[in-house]
Design a protein around this ligand. Structure first.
Ligand code: DGP
Length: 112
């Protein structure tokens, strides 16, 4: 298993968990870019947004259903931003689908 996030899911690499259930794991980013910076990943290995399909999108829907709860668990009270970097031009650095939840401060207006 050479996927870093699969190894985190397997418990081979420790993480600071925020939420976990049968289909997803949420944990604090090792390199936070906001006071609260959580990553949410499906337990199914999907390399990026490009790998989402009709066959596997249920786990993505579950993540989006759970993101408001995860944001609250992480202490976010006044709004947040969700980002998924996909591919080289977006500087995706870990090839396992993940959603960044950023909050805990007023974020820059023009990130996209
Ligand atoms: P991206 O650039 O969108 O592929 O984001 C990957 C994120 O993963 C980046 O913000 C840093 C984070 N990250 C990388 N390695 C680790 C790790 O071992 N533990 C944790 N908690 N986060 C990691």
């Amino acid at each position: 298993m050479d996927c870093l996030f699969c190894r985190i899911i397997a418990g081979e690499i420790p993480s600071n968990k925020v939420y976990e259930d049968e289909s997803m794991l949420a944990f604090h980013d090792i390199n936070p870019e906001a006071p609260v910076h959580v990553l949410v990943i499906p337990k199914t290995h999907i390399p990026s947004m490009d790998g989402v399909s009709a066959e596997n999108s249920a786990c993505v829907a579950k993540i989006f259903e759970k993101i408001p709860h995860i944001a609250r668990l992480a202490g976010i009270t006044n709004g947040y931003r969700v980002i998924s970097n996909c591919g080289e031009d977006a500087a995706q650095s870990v090839q396992h689908l993940h959603f960044h939840i950023l909050g805990g401060k007023k974020l820059p207006e023009h990130i996209v």
